[in-house]
Design a protein. Structure first.
Length: 71
């Protein structure tokens, strides 16, 4: 999850390819996709969304929805 928070998309891709669980939750209930949104890491968030990563959040800011829909 640190790779997502830091915006290291290459590392995130490598971890996913190695079998990392993208739907794992932090002790606070946040998933990797949640952390991408909260830390404003657009590239990581779009990638995680494209591979079907789960989000534990019900609602995101409007600007995030526009980013995901247009990429």
């Amino acid at each position: 999850m640190l790779a997502v928070e830091e915006g290291n998309e290459g590392c995130v891709r490598m971890l996913v390819e190695a079998g990392a669980d993208v739907d794992a939750m932090s002790r606070y209930g946040a998933t990797a996709l949640d952390l991408a949104v909260l830390s404003k890491q657009k590239a990581c968030g779009v990638y995680l969304h494209s591979i079907g990563a789960y989000s534990n959040q019900k609602k995101y800011p409007t600007e995030w929805l526009v980013v995901v829909e247009t990429e």
